[in-house]
Ligand binder design. Sequence first.
Ligand code: NAI
Length: 251
Amino acid sequence: MTYDFSGKVALVTGGASGIGEAVSKLLAASGAKVVVADLDESAAKATAAEIEKAGGTAAGFAVDVADAAQNEAMVAFAKETYGGLHLAVNNAGIGGAAALTGEYPIESWDKVIDINLNGVFYGMRYEIPAIEASGGGSIVNMASILGSVGIAMSPAYVAAKHGVVGLTKSAALEYGEKGVRINAIGPGFIETPLLTKHMDEETLKFIASKHAMNRLGQPEEIANLTAFLLSDEAGFITGSYHLADGGYVSQ
Ligand code: NAI
């Protein structure tokens, strides 16, 4: 499926790697002007440069989504650079420590909640008024299958992703009549640096086996759903949480 985002300005947090990178590239290939926002400034600029080389329009921006003021600056950058904001993907996230709840490091809890949950709220806090002022648009928040089911050893991540799903539903109710559709996606395990940097071959194989399709997902498979939800083709879809999980949650 192809999309026409020409004339639209998009912002993707965590846009320089994995799922965010695939989303940035797909939106740009579909005509959007894209702000690639990431903690890793050089990677954000490199992704934007790749997009421009391929004939698209993009700019890199350094942001720590855990900082409210930096989210405000990110949205201001989109408006100053491209004249408005229509589409936003709050995707930046980290895994955090792996430990039992009764032993979980407090600093890892705080960091995961700051980035994975507060970061999504801070993003929407500034994106929503900008999207309204630009005549309406759509937001996708990247949750996880772990926004609907639990898993051992990741209490902060699971709590943050469940929070993202609830936040998405509440915000969608508030802005449904105001031209801003807001949805969440729950990817299964996707082959990105978030996983591959921290897990050996054996563990990845085991995780893949938990999906009905017995494989990991690819970032582009999540980018496709993201683009659909952002597009006018999804015009009656808001406040919902969409799995793209190779059957993980069906068990
Ligand atoms: P990734 O590690 O490949 O990319 C994440 C990007 O976010 C990186 O470029 C990183 O620099 C950036 N980032 C990290 N902290 C940041 C911060 N404080 N401010 C701004 N940018 C920051 O990860 P991946 O897999 O692409 O994950 C993207 C999203 O998808 C995350 O929210 C993750 O929780 C979610 N997800 C990933 C799954 C997976 O299996 N890979 C499964 C389900 C959800």
